[in-house]
Design a protein around this ligand. Structure first.
Ligand code: KIV
Ligand code: NA
Length: 264
């Protein structure tokens, strides 16, 4: 049965962890969905892993739409989430127009990076039938504002601010929260504070779901390997087995382990 937003809500209610991975093409989308991964993200990480840029900022709407349409053809029942690229949701009108394009291409929901300034945008989208994932913490589109890729929410003041932002965005209509590179105790607090499913990457084992970039979990990270990455191909004999091992490790909560986690 196809995974929907309700499936993810049920996982949260039951306390069962669910898995997500990025994919950018039809073949990997089919392998990932047939391995039982619940959510496929067409991430703007494609700017780095497919295009070779050193950030996600150069990625365009047309490019994400193209990859969503490829993934939609290969998908066999996972929930398809599409990243809205840099400045494609700079105004509410732009967000509506661009999200519609992603949904027409085959996305089931969209993901936006930001904080409380996104409230009106999120309300406008969800009221008009576009489910939204709000991405908080290390939001890579903000690399130039952050001055690098850094763990977020390390002090109590910024931690409380992030909890408040998550609650405000859920109140505005966000259906999922995604936390990237935040200390595990903060991710656990946010997961308890909001009623919607929370997906983590570099956010510890206590979120409702986990996500990784496909290339990272297959051991083909180029450049510096982030702490939260695990190569699942190293312990298996094929890509489908590696992806199934990831899904199993997430559902059994054996991934992420301590070594993949930021404690504070
Ligand atoms: O673009 C991406 O792949 C992402 C995930 C790392 C969450 O946003
Ligand atoms: Na992204």
């Amino acid at each position: 049965m196809a995974v929907t937003i309700n499936t993810l809500r049920e996982y949260k209610e039951k306390g069962e962890a669910f898995s997500a991975l990025t994919s950018y093409d039809a073949t990997f989308a089919q392998v990932v969905s047939e391995a039982g991964v619940d959510v496929i993200l067409i991430g703007d990480s494609l700017g780095m892993v497919l295009q070779g840029h050193d950030s996600t900022l150069p990625v365009t709407m047309d490019q994400v739409v193209y990859h969503v349409s490829c993934v939609a053809k290969g998908n066999r029942g996972s929930l398809i989430m599409a990243d809205m690229p840099f400045m494609s949701y700079g105004s509410v009108d732009a967000a509506l127009e661009n999200a519609a394009e992603l949904m027409r291409a085959g996305a089931h929901m969209v993901k936006l990076e930001g904080t409380d300034w996104m409230k009106d945008t999120i309300s406008a989208l969800t009221e008009r039938a576009v489910p939204v994932c709000a991405h908080l913490g290390l939001t890579p589109q903000f690399v130039n504002k952050f001055g690098g890729y850094k763990v977020q929410g390390r002090d109590e003041k910024s931690a409380e601010l992030m909890i408040n932002h998550a609650c405000e965005l859920v109140a505005a209509g966000a259906d999922i929260i995604l936390l990237e590179c935040v200390p595990a105790p903060l991710a656990a607090r946010i997961t308890q504070a909001v009623k919607v499913p929370v997906i983590g990457i570099g956010a510890g084992a206590d979120t409702d779901g986990q996500i990784l970039v496909l290339h990272d979990m297959l051991g083909i990270t180029t450049g510096r390997k982030p702490r939260f990455v695990k190569n699942f191909l190293a312990e298996t004999n094929s890509i489908p087995e590696a992806i199934a091992a990831y899904a199993k490790a997430v559902s059994e909560r054996t991934f992420p382990a301590e070594e993949h986690t930021f404690k504070a």
